[in-house]
Design a protein around this ligand. Sequence first.
Ligand SMILES: Cc1cc2nc3c(=O)[nH]c(=O)nc-3n(C[C@H](O)[C@H](O)[C@H](O)COP(=O)(O)OP(=O)(O)OC[C@H]3O[C@@H](n4cnc5c(N)ncnc54)[C@H](O)[C@@H]3O)c2cc1C
Length: 407
Amino acid sequence: MSANERNDVGIVIVGGGQAAGWAAKTLRDQGYAGRLSIVSDEPYDFYERPPLSKDVLLSDSHSPPFCALFPESTVQALQLCWYRPQRAVQLDINTQQILLDSGEWLPFTQLLLATGARPHWPDPSWQQHPQVLSLRSWEDAQRLRQQLKRCRSLALLGGGWIGLEIAAAARQLGLSVSLFERAERLCSRSAAVEVSQYLARLQQQHGVTLHTGCQTLRLDLSQAQPRIRTPQTETEAFDLLLVGTGVELNLELARQAGLAIRQGVVVDGQGRSSHPAVFAAGDIAEHPQLGVCLQSWAYAQNQAITTARAMLDAQASPYDEPAWLWSDQYDVNIQLLGLPAPDLQCVQRHSIDSSLFFYLNEQQQLVHMVACNDGRAIKLGKRWLQSGRVLDAAQLSDPDCVLMSLR
Ligand SMILES: Cc1cc2nc3c(=O)[nH]c(=O)nc-3n(C[C@H](O)[C@H](O)[C@H](O)COP(=O)(O)OP(=O)(O)OC[C@H]3O[C@@H](n4cnc5c(N)ncnc54)[C@H](O)[C@@H]3O)c2cc1C
């Protein structure tokens, strides 16, 4: 490659989701004026996924508004070289090039992998059945929305956050909903027992039939209506079946290039992978301190912003935010801060319209917190968690003690 050709080489971002969008915008905001290429296998501008399992499903409108990350004019102003819909299929880390499915090689000075995740299908053949769906993309949401309008009964496989949000949307649309979860409780990977119990009560109060501990669940897809058999239930027929059994991270490029991977791509606080010219952001990037892949809107945005800054400035501040994610189910906004861990003391505080769950370590410091319909408490909790403040369990649980007074 000649020097002139090199001038045309710039930063390449693979992925067209939330992390990619925020990284692209931050690079420009921070003054990067070089070539900025985006390779995305979806045909759209950057968009957000949280509305796909909430507002988009519930929208009365014939065509619900697209959940674009930025206004069109903002995206235009970024002056991006779009490669879409195109897939990056190979990463040659030695020559710093990426191969697209069109056959074109795209050279890069720096690369950001923001490839996100795809739904996990316990059996790929299930995808062939027209009444069996999953939810990740805008197109998935349109398909699901149309089906929910036509159907009367929905079976959900998987009691994680997305499954619970779809259950809530389906109940609000008048469908009968049965949920089948392999574990003994809901959201068992990201929520503690007390919170799982709260979620189960919430869903049952709204009429969802829950089946937990479904280790040996069998699907019969030989007829138009999918059927589910567990040791506890006879074969049941449903109009629609949604598979919400977690995700597979899109790690193929990173794996093939030999980047360090544990749960996801191992990155430092600046989003840098084990290769100095390759960065990772969003769902595929392991949280640099927590060592887990969070799959959270806030992480996809803020870790991508930190990473983009560091791509231009090696002295940029590292990412050090605690885990934070939210879910909306019925009229309840649920926010989770930090991660659950064994042997924590659970302190609960309930009022007519909110519920709080505080998880304290032996030193009485906050490690994890869940707030249902109380976003202000989460803001306070974030300060307590980051400062390592010693708390008083009796005060936390006392409904007459004003939390703000503990500031
Ligand atoms: C339905 C739904 C609801 C959610 N709700 C919430 C919520 O309420 N709260 C919350 O905190 N989080 C929520 N999340 C999680 C949050 O949306 C994700 O963590 C976030 O979207 C991750 O952003 P990302 O950019 O890493 O990945 P993505 O948004 O998945 O974007 C990755 C993009 O890269 C593309 N791509 C992948 N491989 C290639 C390739 N080889 N070549 C080209 N393009 C490629 C993908 O098609 C995709 O467009 C939800 C997620 C979903 C799916």
